[in-house]
Write a protein that binds this ligand. Structure first.
Ligand SMILES: Nc1nc2c(c(=O)[nH]1)N[C@@H](CN(C=O)c1ccc(C(=O)N[C@@H](CCC(=O)O)C(=O)O)cc1)CN2
Length: 286
């Protein structure tokens, strides 16, 4: 079977082009969408992602403020920073880059962000609204996956979607979004027994495990759509996903590569959420 490689770079560029038009319109009304990014510690991958977020904001004409701290920052100091950003009218979106140093409680931090500025879509209010299908900032990676499927005309309706992974950021929400698209959703995780027998039933397989090249073709039904959310380093230090691309290619109908698949969509959807937040401010004031 020939496998179509899903081009996340191209799709994310289209979304960013649309966001740019919305930014230009807002600027004509005197509003510059502003994103505040809070980065703590020296995690080099986090530094790369934050740099890319800032670069993308600038390319789209948005304001981007970086609040960078050493990992000696206390939880109290971080919560004070968030409080200031919550009250800054020039800031429409607040994002705290994860993971956080171990001494800071991630849940407390997410809870401190004003839900109207929660462009990561991680706040329980955002997640709750998403779960019941109400308007909400959707978490960027899961939303990006849905956009990729849409772009390639892959309709989850009636399909069996299997999500491997149950993180709050990706696994759980992507399953919910697929459910809203009328898929039948199964979650697999580290305690799942005989995972292969379940993943082999998947029409849409989402791999968000965090283990380099874990999924080979023995886990994949011929013709399945395989979405790889993994961001790992292989034995040679090269970036790779949770799926062994070379092995699964030829079995799947569609596949996302790593890099160039889901990753670029995460940043595009963050830009979309930020512009949406700024637009909401505009309609609220009118
Ligand atoms: N506050 C948040 N923290 C984290 C999130 C998030 O959405 N919000 N997600 C991840 C990291 N992440 C964004 O923050 C992210 C990861 C990967 C990519 C990406 O574009 N990857 C590229 C490859 C990049 C490289 O060469 O290293 C790709 O897949 O093509 C963007 C954003 C955890 N933390």
């Amino acid at each position: 079977m020939s496998t179509t490689r899903i081009d996340g770079k191209a799709v994310s560029q289209k979304i960013k082009d649309q966001v740019k038009k919305r930014v230009d319109r807002l600027k004509q009304e005197g509003i510059v969408p502003g994103l505040a990014v809070v980065l703590i510690g020296e995690n080099s991958a986090s530094h790369t992602y934050v740099k890319n977020k800032k670069k993308t904001c600038e390319a789209l004409g948005m304001r981007s403020d970086l609040h960078q701290f050493p990992d000696t920052l206390t939880e109290h100091e971080l919560l004070s920073t968030i409080d200031e950003l919550n009250n800054d009218p020039a800031i429409h979106g607040i994002l705290v880059q994860l993971p956080l140093p171990a001494h800071i409680d991630e849940f407390k931090v997410i809870l401190a962000i004003d839900p109207s500025k929660d462009v990561d879509g991680f706040h329980p209010v955002s997640i709750g609204n998403m779960m019941i299908g109400k308007e909400a900032f959707l978490p960027c990676t899961p939303h990006g996956i849905i956009k990729l499927l849409e772009h390639y005309g892959i309709d989850p309706k009636g399909k069996h979607a299997v999500v491997i992974g149950r993180s709050n950021i990706v696994g759980k929400p992507v399953g919910q979004l697929l459910l809203q698209k009328d898929a039948t959703v199964t979650y697999c995780h580290s305690k799942t027994e005989d995972m292969e027998s379940i993943t082999k039933q998947a029409d849409i397989l989402i791999a968000a495990i965090g283990k380099a090249k874990f999924i080979d073709r023995s886990y994949v039904k011929p013709g399945a759509v395989v979405i790889d959310v993994g961001m790992n380093r292989d034995e040679d230090g090269k970036l790779c996903g949770d799926v062994d691309f070379a092995d699964v290619e030829g079995t799947a109908s569609y596949m996302t590569p790593v890099p160039g698949g889901v990753g670029p969509m995460t940043i595009a959807m963050l830009m979309e959420n930020t512009v949406q937040s700024a637009e909401y401010g505009l309609t609220k004031d009118k």
